[in-house]
Design a protein around this ligand. Structure first.
Ligand SMILES: [Zn+2]
Length: 332
């Protein structure tokens, strides 16, 4: 058998660090912190990861966060992700975190950010991965809550590259967060937002025109609106698509029906990402492999997706050019 080629170099731009919590680490942290989990064994917990709808996923997701208490916990979580990402060819990662999910449990925002950055500061040396950190607001919480968390993050803004918007989309349009995004832009931060996953194309318009986002997370429903597609193509606004997540959360029924190819054919700047990989069946490389097989993508298309991931990143021009060279030199 010929040796398996190394994975194609890629950037991951849509990754919730809380969504990388694997059952093994959840149990280890629960024991370390004396937190009781409602699962007797790792197998029982692993079985709970095979949820079939959004609410079951969110229930499990928030229940397991209880094990994350200390700076060291957040550093361990991040290191576990970086090790897996490295094995799948990730060379650059722009990582989301949800401070409100932790401050609501009594964990200070400084504990969260210090833990994450402890791991991220060593990531280039330890794993050969450059990183950026993106602070997300929970859109099912109030606009006031987002403003409060933003203000409490002010001492740490130099560690953040961007702000984002996540959690339950429908009924929580981007326009609700106009003010906090204005403050973030004023502070020199980039802006991204989840839009057009379950919510309508109108939410993508709002993210662009009201929040002024540099990048749209998901955005798969943009295809329903021709004028929106034209706008996204003209401005080359990146879309961070998460194929395995879309199937698990029933945004689409089967991976074979995923609109990724149609999005590429339309000229959209599409990237492939893992979202919440511990819960949705795979990390960045697994998502690349899954769409390659389900959509029969050829090597040139996979290379284009890898190039897009760096083009769509918040890297500076020099680093971006170096990574694009790595993709061009890749012989898979
Ligand atoms: Zn997401």
């Amino acid at each position: 058998m010929p040796p398996t080629p190394p994975p194609i170099p890629k950037a991951e731009l849509h990754l919730h660090i809380e969504g990388t919590l694997e059952p093994e680490l959840a149990f280890a942290l629960a024991e370390r912190n004396g937190v009781e989990l409602p699962y007797a064994t790792q197998d029982e917990l692993r079985a709970a990861y095979s949820f079939t709808d959004l609410q079951d996923f969110l229930d499990l997701y928030y229940a397991l966060m209880a094990v994350l208490r200390t700076e060291g916990d957040f550093a361990d979580l991040t290191n576990a992700y970086l090790a897996r990402a490295r094995a799948q060819g990730v060379r650059h990662a722009e990582i989301f975190f949800d401070p409100q999910a932790h401050t609501a449990r009594g964990v200070a925002i400084g504990t969260v950010i210090d833990g994450l950055t402890r791991a991220l500061d060593a990531a280039e040396q330890t794993y050969g991965i450059t990183t950026r950190l993106i602070m997300c607001f929970l859109r099912d919480e109030s606009a006031e809550s987002a403003l409060e968390i933003f203000e409490s993050a002010r001492p740490y803004l130099d560690r953040l590259t961007a702000v984002g918007l996540d959690s339950a989309e429908v009924g929580n349009p981007p326009s609700k967060f106009r003010e906090v995004y204005a403050r973030a832009r004023e502070a020199g931060l980039k802006c991204v937002a989840h839009a057009g996953e379950e919510g309508p194309p109108a939410y993508v318009w709002e993210a662009l025109d009201i929040l002024g986002v540099d990048r749209v997370d998901h955005g798969v429903r943009s295809l329903e609106d021709e004028a929106l597609v034209a706008r996204l193509v003209a401005d080359q606004v990146p879309l961070t698509v998460c194929p395995l997540s879309n199937v698990r959360l029933r945004v689409i029924d089967r991976l074979e029906d995923h609109p990724l190819r149609a999005m590429l054919d339309a000229g959209l700047l599409v990237t492939v990402n893992s979202d919440d990989p511990a819960y949705f069946g795979g990390y960045a490389g697994d998502n690349f492999d899954a769409v390659r097989d389900a959509l029969r993508l050829d090597g040139a298309t996979l290379r284009a997706l890898a190039r897009n991931s760096f083009r769509a990143s918040f890297l500076d021009e020099g680093a971006r050019a170096a990574y694009l060279k790595e993709v061009d030199a890749y012989e898979g």
